[in-house]
Design a protein around this ligand. Structure first.
Ligand SMILES: *[C@@H]1O[C@H](CO)[C@@H](O)[C@H](O)[C@H]1NC(C)=O
Ligand SMILES: *[C@@H]1O[C@H](CO)[C@@H](O)[C@H](O)[C@H]1NC(C)=O
Ligand SMILES: [Mg+2]
Length: 380
């Protein structure tokens, strides 16, 4: 009994925190709230022996550690003066530290807490406290970034900020309207005011169900009659059924194509179609909504631009102060415009090979937070 109540209370607190951050972060200037990832500006000490070892704590739940096996990286990292230390949820951080760097998979911990896992709850509180008591510790994916990105609606607003700062007419976000009140006239007004056009995708803001968003594809005005509200409507952009998954590890970017929604035209005859991202955007998705296993390139299909990808990645890291981000980009047929449709904190890096991940993370640690260590620095 107590356990369930505590879990509910905890969820409520997290939820309030998220709602509050929504109000704060989004009505004003997002960038004002973030500091860039700490990068060492001092020259590194000349001899390696002057430098103390860099302690990197990593916290991954089982599933993710199977996919990204940090324990197999230990040996190679050791030669570079970096100790990878697995952080356990069932004992407090102070007993496991000190850490110079922390990599965490917060979403999985919170998902654990949702299922009433007391340990996860306690650990979360402990983690927040530890972070605030150790301001010198570099958190690779800061909690502020996580708070924004774990929610799809939040992710869209971060994307909008990134686009605004990039100031490139060929890098955009979809126009978007939050639909709450029913009534076709009412919804039409709201859509028009925000520049959302048919067809559009309406996304339910799902808390903690990041991988499986419920979506409705609306082709025309008639579809507004039976739309489940509230949802966030975003104009659909033809992109020949190809989604580009951009995985960021510091300055290293990986881009992989995945199947996505095929092209659609506006129509007043088609009924709405409901689907989930897991149905259409996994590596092997072959739903009728997909164009085919790997999209269906036409004369309209435009390639993804390495230059745009690298600018999107850099600006996102700056805005979020995070080094581990996943960004979903589609390229508009005909125009070649790059449209950012989602962002995720510490993504699964599904298509990235273990060796590639290992090398990119090592590079990030060596040139970033682990380059700043000073032997005289007091350990806390
Ligand atoms: C928002 O950010 C821009 C660019 O960083 C800055 O010039 C502007 O003054 C900021 N606006 C507010 C309201 O803080
Ligand atoms: C999108 O693709 C569909 C199907 O090919 C086409 O009928 C429609 O006109 C396209 N929409 C735009 C805005 O180009
Ligand atoms: Mg997401």
């Amino acid at each position: 009994m107590w356990r369930n109540d505590a879990a509910l209370m905890f969820l409520f607190l997290i939820f309030s925190m998220v709602v509050i951050s929504d109000v704060y972060f989004f009505e004003s200037n997002i960038t004002a709230y973030f500091s860039p990832t700490k990068v060492c500006t001092k020259a590194p000490p000349s001899g390696l022996q002057n430098k103390r070892r860099c302690r990197v704590g990593y916290l991954l739940l089982e599933d993710k550690e199977k996919r990204i096996p940090f324990y197999t990286f230990k040996e190679e990292y050791r030669d570079d003066g970096i100790d990878l230390i697995k952080v356990h949820v069932n004992s407090c951080l102070a007993d496991q530290g000190p850490f110079d760097v922390l990599v965490h998979d917060f979403t999985d911990i919170v998902r654990g807490a949702k299922d009433g896992d007391e340990k996860a709850e306690l650990f979360l509180a402990d983690l927040e406290e530890y972070i605030s008591r150790h301001p010198r510790m570099v958190v690779m994916n800061p909690l502020s970034s996580w708070k924004l990105l774990h929610d799809r609606l939040g992710a869209q607003k971060v994307a909008k900020e990134v686009v605004k700062l990039l100031n490139d007419p060929d890098i955009t976000v979809p126009n978007r309207a939050y639909l709450e009140t029913s009534g076709v006239e009412n919804i039409m007004e709201n859509l028009d005011a925000s520049g959302v056009t048919f067809p559009f995708v309406c996304k339910s803001s799902s808390f903690l169900e990041d991988d499986n968003h419920r979506m409705t594809l609306v082709f025309g005005r008639r579809g507004l009659e039976d739309l489940d509200l509230p949802c966030a409507a975003e104009s659909f952009t033809n992109h020949s059924g190809i989604l580009h998954k951009l995985y960021v590890i510091g300055e290293t970017n990986f881009v992989y194509g995945r199947p996505s929604l095929r092209n659609f035209a506006t129509s007043d005859d088609l009924p709405n179609v409901q689907f989930s991202t897991s149905q259409v955007a996994k590596a092997h998705s072959v739903s009728p909504l997909n164009a085919g296993k790997h999209g269906e390139p036409t004369s309209q299909t435009r390639p993804v631009s390495a230059d745009k990808i690298s600018r999107i990645s850099e600006m996102t890291r700056r805005v979020l102060g995070s080094s581990l981000v996943g960004i979903d980009v589609i390229v508009q047929d005909g125009t070649g415009k790059h449209v950012i449709i989602d962002m995720n904190d510490f993504p699964g890096y599904h298509e990235v090979g273990t060796g590639e991940f290992q090398t990119a993370l090592l590079q990030l640690l060596k040139t970033g937070p682990c380059s700043c260590l000073d032997s005289k620095e007091k350990k806390t």
